[in-house]
Design a protein around this ligand. Sequence first.
Ligand SMILES: [Zn+2]
Length: 374
Amino acid sequence: MSLLDHFGQPAVRQQLDTILSGGRLPHAILMYGEPGSGILPGALSLANDILCTSPVNGKACRHCPSCNRASKNIHPDLHFLIPLAGSKSLTEQYLEPWREALVKNPWMDVFQWTQYAEVEGKQVDIHKEDIQHVTGDLSLQAFEGGSKVLVIWMAQFLAKEGNRLLKMIEEPPEQTYYILVTNQREQVLPTIRSRCMQLYFPPMEQEEILRLLVEEYKIDRNEAPLIARQSVQDMGRALAVAHNTMMNFKDEMAAWFRAIIARKGHDLAIWSNKMGSQEKEEQKQFALYAIAFIRNILWAIPGNAPAEYPVEGGEMIKYLHQHYQPDAWHPAIQGLQSAHEKISRNANTKLLWLALSISIKNQLAAYRLQHINS
Ligand SMILES: [Zn+2]
């Protein structure tokens, strides 16, 4: 089963099926929802339905040449409009990294897209010239004689320039469909919103994320459950972690605890500086990951580890479990929970991490098991 059939939002797919089988698909659709909820995969799935030349109940057959090209995002009547750096940049100049990103992580956010496009740190936007260019393309005959689709990714970037699209959305050229994708619906011009059928994507279920990681992206079955837990219902984040483009929590955790056990203040300061300079959302996610990791230590009794906490970093967990009393870990969990709450409003999170590191270090020293020490 392909990602186009099953993009992790069964309820949304069901809604689309009903609309398509009833032949009631409007020309403009606004798909919106939480980051990493699969809006773009949903848009690509619908685009394929529209472009298929032998649809079944309005749905893509997945066998015709049009389906074949649409599934690779190389269909000549499948157009994109995406945020880019530089006002003269055109989407068609970025099709190569764009297609690569669609294969590797269609759940990505804008920051991750800038990494694929190699414009990290630069301001991106959907620019006037690009809009003019793509609307010009859409006014031409369809290459394959069927329908044309424009997918506008992160439609909130249209801002005022969106007015240029209004007329086309109101009076679309024949057999032309607009699929707008956004995770900030309120930022899309109200005049555009009101002309679109709106379709909401809820946060993804953790089981769906796990299933996609294993079945679609071939992530190791032992690694996938922890990545799914860590993703906090954001599939884009799960894939970024799986592909190591974001901070690798497993390595950070190991580095942190090595410094704590060795009671090396200098290493702890370096580690805290590094952690405290990450994005705040990233730091909060790490705190949640660390809590799950410590719970594993408490449960690392053979046969006693609940299935939803597969033991990762097994050697270190085993060591920590054997060398410290269980009481050592409860304050650590509380400290991490409190850090998770404070990170958003704390100006200096480097100090917050350092204070927490020292407190855990002292706690562990007090609860080290004597028989191991001697
Ligand atoms: Zn087809």
